[in-house]
Design a protein around this ligand. Structure first.
Ligand code: ZN
Length: 142
């Protein structure tokens, strides 16, 4: 059996969508004491985001800045877990592999908010969990 080209090497981050950014930030940064790496508003991704380090991974807090898929998610499902991101060695190869197994990929790889390239997999094809695959290569590398 050949080795999967989608073999994930680590969890990069867990993403949590919130309504009250400041309260969420206070909980993760001050109560749980996670190290804050970055807080930013990204027009490209349509979110205000905070990245907090825990071990070799991050917790990502996101709040939608306006209309869009994340605002829709929040309206429909409420605040809470949004997605888990797995790092893979090479994103396009990993997407080929999972697509070959019948898992729908949501769009072309795009630049991640914290570098690298990211793509999402359809939650209906992953038993209900939104999964992001990411690598550490810049989009222009490919
Ligand atoms: Zn993510």
């Amino acid at each position: 059996m050949s080795e999967s080209r989608a073999k994930a090497t680590r969890v990069d981050h867990i993403s949590i969508v919130v309504e009250d950014f400041d309260r969420a930030y206070d909980f993760y940064a001050n109560q749980l004491g996670l190290e804050v790496l970055k807080v930013e508003e990204s027009e490209l991704h349509g979110v205000k985001a905070a990245f907090l380090k825990i071990g070799d991974m991050m917790i990502e807090i996101i709040r939608p800045l306006g209309e869009g898929p994340i605002a829709d998610f929040l309206a429909k499902r409420g605040p809470g877990f949004h997605h888990v991101a797995f790092e893979v060695p090479d994103l396009p190869e990993a997407l080929d592999e999972v697509a070959g197994a019948g898992i729908r990929v949501l769009g072309e790889p795009k630049p991640g908010i914290h570098g690298g390239r990211i793509s999402f997999l359809h939650p209906k094809d992953t038993q209900g969990t939104m999964v992001e695959l990411c690598d550490t290569k810049e989009p222009e590398d490919s």
